[in-house]
Every structure is written in structure tokens, then in C-alpha cells.
Design a protein around this ligand. Structure first.
Ligand code: NAP
Length: 485
């Protein structure tokens, strides 16, 4: 019998009003139910928002360094449980255990980083043009913030939203993805044990489709930070715009890696395999397009396919596994649908393309890492986000052609180049339409202490993470103070 996990509202673990639950199923072994979670309704969301509204003034009145101390304490608690939290994540999301542990470590680092922000929260002191007038700005929290998070980074994304929101003095209501709610639960549990006052952090699970309105329309909510699909994010924006409250959207990608003819081809193949297939390609920053100069196409493809065929697919808790399953049946269907579309549109399948069956594979949603060549820019596989281990290879005549191909999509999250030509690299950095740019590194694998976010249809609003994250969670007040005799 698997455990039933509660919502966390007003400092209490509680069942939802309907007492209904939904199962969290292991995508590598669908016989295993990782846990049951509360199938909350709008009333539960309203109770969480009301609790946050009530708690927020006292939380904001605490000196910011003291708020930071709660994050340091929670980080310590998480660190003491890191191996177990990694296993929890592999069970609910499917990524390999080393990937899961690295993500939990990242969440811990994020809590520590923003714990430190409690003692910084820098603002400006600006000279006045008048005598004896002292001018400066203050950062103020916004109030209640709603966080809506996806399943693919079920610990890091909740952490990188909760930590800056809390340290800035806001109260939070978080609704994690229904496919992977346990990892965010573990963060909230650590904050509870660290002594965060009741109501400052609230956790509600349930279907985003049915809770969406209640989450963004409660009058106390002053901002929404969302990470997920463009479809849901754009619909949320329309609803939130009517209320003129703040919103931050991090959404899809179709991230390219350009490989120029002077590239180290072993490095290029490593960059592509890591970017396209690690975490089963289920990263918003995963590389889904390789754009290769014709001169090195043949030797690069040979290295790329050889490395890809060596990847070991399986249950992420087993040692030596490189790639876990798709997160659920629906994502696996999407992957297979795009593989079929690519074939119909005339792309050539050179590697993978099949669901894995037999032995352990029958219990999970396993797919071979897949490579298509002969992809042209108008094909759907070159334009649409698949969110699975499917790499489209396009060829380019030269650097300018490669850049044109890289930029001819509606997304602009991350992009990389593999080259030793410094001039080309700088031209790429200046002209590529992406928020995250890497050189001789995969498109994925960004660090918590730097700003994160995209351009074009991938993102909207202020940057997350690093020193810019507090801008979203605070409002600036400007002070003019005249001192007299
Ligand atoms: P999703 O379906 O958009 O779901 C994201 C979150 O929104 C989940 O918590 C979901 O709840 C909730 N939701 C669903 N419908 C809603 C509605 N009508 N109103 C309010 N909330 C709603 O995305 P996903 O499948 O979890 O994640 C995959 C997508 O996320 C990909 O497109 C990926 O590129 C993107 N992503 C982007 C970034 C980035 O930083 N740019 C990072 C990671 C992932 P339920 O789970 O209950 O449906």
C-alpha cells in the first residue's frame, strides 16, 4: 500500500476537501505507485491563498537575513536526505539516479544561494540634484505569489521559484505538476521542518486544468511564475493580463547546436549526445536540432550515431543506465507520433525510432534514442518541440546558412556552437536568437547562479535564477529624504 501525501496549508498537512487522491506512477515500472496525492479543488486553492495572504505581512516584517536563515536550514535538511530524495525523483520522473541526485544538489545550492540573498537584496543609492536630499530605492515584496511548475525538473524548478520568492518576503502557493509532485513535497517538508512560519509556504496538488482559474484569480495573488508548455503559459498570460498582475513564463524550446567545419568532432558528438538524449531529451534546454556544415557532415554523423548506439536505456535506479523512460504514456505517444511524421515528411531515420519492448521494458515507457537526417527547415520535426530523445540533423552550406537555419523557429531558449574559430563564435553569440548561449558545451546544463530564460516565444517576463531573480519577486520603492538642521 503506497503512502498518501497531503497538501500543506497554514502550516498543517491536510487532506483536500473532497478527500479524493490521484496516483503518482513510476514511468519505468508502471506497477509501482510512488504515492497518492490530493486531488484538490478550487476551494483548497482558495484556502491556501487565504492562508498565504494572512501570513505574508508578518513574514515580510522579519529581517531579510533571518528569512534567509530558514533557507540555509532547509538546505541542510535536504542535504542530509539527498540519496533518498534522488531515488524519489528517479521513481516519479524516470531520470537516472545520478541525474536525479545532481538535481537535488542543485535545489540545495539554490536554497543556499538565495539564503545568502537575505543579507544582500541590493538596491540603489542615487545622488539628488537638490541639497541635503538623500535618495535611494527599496525592494518590497509583492504579497502572495503562485508558482506553477512542470514535471521535468521537479525539484530544481520549484526551488528556483520558491527560494527567491520567500527570501524577498512573499508568501507562496505552489502547485507542482501532477506527474511528479513528490520532489516539490520534499522541499516543502524541509521548509516546514526548518521552521518557516505557518502560511508563508503552501503546497496544493491536483490537476492544473481544473485549478488554473482558482490559482491565478484569487484577489490576494500579486504574481504568477509559471514553467511549462507554451499552450498553458500563453492561456495563463491572457487570464492574468486582465488582472494586471505580474507574470513570468518559461516555456518550450527547439534548441540548435551548430557544428562548424573546424570543430573538434569528438567534442561535437559528445555535446550532441549529451544535449539531445540525457534526461531522455525531456529538458526545455535539450538540443533537438543539429545544424552541421556540409564539409564535416559524414565524419560527424558516424561519430554521433556510434556514440548514440552505445547509450544504455533502462530503469534509472540501475547502475550504468544513460537514459530513462518517457515520463508517461502520453509523452511516449507524442514522441512516436513525431517519429512517424518525420518519416512521412521524408526525413531519414538513421538511429533508433522504436519503443523498447521485452524484459523490463514492457513495464515502462522506454524509447530508443533517435536520429533523423535529411531534415529540412519546414519539416515539423525541425519546427515543433517534441520533448523526447529525438534529434533532427540539418546540413548547412556555411556559417551564415547555419545561423539562418538556427534562427528560423519561433522558439529562442538555448543554443550552442561547436567551433574553434573565435571570430565565428563571437558572431554566433551576437546573432543567435536565444536567451542561453553555450560554446563547445551542450545546450543544456546551465548553472543556478546565473540568470536563466529565453527569447521569442520561449519566455516572457523577467529572468529566473542568479542575481536577477529577485527583480520579479520585488517591487521598487523610491525614497527622497530631506535632512534639515
Ligand atoms: P504543462 O502541461 O504546461 O504543465 C505545467 C504546469 O502547468 C503543471 O503543473 C500543470 O498541471 C499546470 N497546468 C496545466 N494546465 C493548466 C491550466 N489550464 N492552468 C494552470 N496550470 C495548468 O507542461 P509540462 O508537460 O509539465 O512540461 C513540459 C513543458 O515544459 C515543455 O514544453 C518544456 O519545454 C517546458 N519547460 C520549460 C522550461 C523553461 O524553463 N523554459 C523548463 C522546463 C520545462 P498538471 O501537471 O496537473 O497538468
Amino acid at each position: 500500500m503506497s503512502h498518501t501525501f497531503c497538501n500543506y496549508v497554514r502550516g498543517q498537512w491536510a487532506e483536500c476537501q473532497s478527500k479524493k487522491t490521484f496516483p503518482n506512477i513510476n514511468p519505468a515500472d508502471t506497477d509501482e505507485i510512488v504515492g497518492h496525492f490530493q486531488a484538490s479543488s478550487a476551494e483548497d486553492v482558495q484556502a491556501a491563498c487565504a492562508a498565504a495572504a494572512q501570513a505574508q505581512p508578518a513574514w515580510a516584517a522579519l529581517p531579510a537575513p533571518r528569512r534567509g536563515e530558514f533557507l540555509f536550514k532547509a538546505a541542510e535538511i535536504l542535504e542530509s536526505r539527498l540519496p533518498q530524495l534522488g531515488e524519489d525523483m528517479t521513481r516519479e520522473e524516470g531520470k537516472t539516479l545520478p541525474e536525479a541526485k545532481a538535481e537535488v544538489k542543485r535545489a540545495i545550492n539554490i536554497f543556499r544561494y538565495f539564503g545568502g540573498e537575505g543579507a544582500r537584496q541590493f538596491s540603489y543609492q542615487i545622488p539628488s540634484e537638490r541639497e541635503n536630499v538623500f535618495c535611494y530605492t527599496l525592494r518590497k515584496p509583492l504579497g502572495v505569489i503562485v508558482l506553477i511548475t512542470p514535471w521535468n525538473f521537479p525539484s530544481a524548478i520549484p526551488a528556483w521559484k520558491m527560494a527567491p520568492a520567500l527570501v524577498a518576503g512573499n508568501a507562496v502557493v505552489i502547485k507542482p505538476a501532477s506527474l511528479a509532485p513528490l520532489s516539490a513535497y520534499r522541499l516543502v517538508e524541509a521548509l516546514h521542518e526548518a521552521g518557516v512560519p505557518a502560511g508563508a509556504i503552501n503546497y496544493v496538488t491536483g490537476s492544473g486544468g481544473s485549478l488554473g482559474n482558482a490559482l491565478v484569480e484569487h484577489p490576494a495573488v500579486r504574481a504568477v511564475s509559471f514553467t511549462g508548455s507554451c499552450e498553458v503559459g500563453n492561456a495563463l498570460y491572457d487570464r492574468v493580463a486582465r488582472r494586471r498582475i505580474r507574470i513570468q513564463l518559461e516555456m518550450g524550446g527547439k534548441n540548435p547546436t551548430i557544428v562548424l567545419k573546424d570543430a573538434d568532432l569528438d567534442c561535437a558528438a559528445d555535446v550532441l549526445v549529451n544535449g539531445a538524449f540525457f534526461s531522455t531529451g525531456q529538458k526545455c534546454t535539450a538540443c533537438s536540432r543539429a545544424i552541421v556544415e556540409k564539409a564535416i557532415y559524414e565524419p560527424l554523423l558516424e561519430k554521433l550515431t556510434a556514440k548514440t548506439r552505445k547509450l544504455k536505456v533502462g530503469y534509472g535506479l540501475e547502475p550504468g543506465i544513460d537514459m530513462g523512460p518517457a515520463v508517461d504514456a502520453s509523452q511516449l505517444d507524442t514522441d512516436l507520433k513525431y517519429i512517424a511524421i518525420a518519416k512521412q515528411e521524408g526525413a531519414q531515420l538513421v538511429c533508433g525510432g522504436n519503443r523498447l519492448t521485452g524484459r523490463v521494458f514492457d513495464k515502462g515507457y522506454f524509447l530508443e534514442p533517435t536520429i533523423f537526417t535529411g531534415v529540412t527547415p519546414e519539416m515539423r520535426i525541425a519546427q515543433e518541440e517534441v520533448f523526447g530523445p529525438v534529434l533532427a540533423v540539418l546540413t548547412a552550406n556555411d556559417f551564415d546558412d547555419a545561423l539562418r537555419l538556427a534562427n528560423c523557429v519561433r522558439f529562442g531558449l538555448s543554443a550552442s556552437i561547436v567551433s574553434r574559430d573565435l571570430t565565428r563564435v563571437h558572431q554566433f553569440i551576437n546573432r543567435i536568437e536565444a536567451g542561453l548561449i553555450t560554446v563547445n558545451l551542450p545546450t543544456a546544463g546551465v548553472e543556478y547562479q546565473l540568470p536563466f530564460g529565453g527569447t521569442k516565444e520561449s519566455s516572457f517576463g523577467m529572468r529566473e535564477q542568479g542575481p536577477l531573480a529577485l527583480d520579479f519577486y520585488t517591487e521598487t520603492r523610491t525614497v527622497y529624504l530631506k535632512y534639515t538642521q
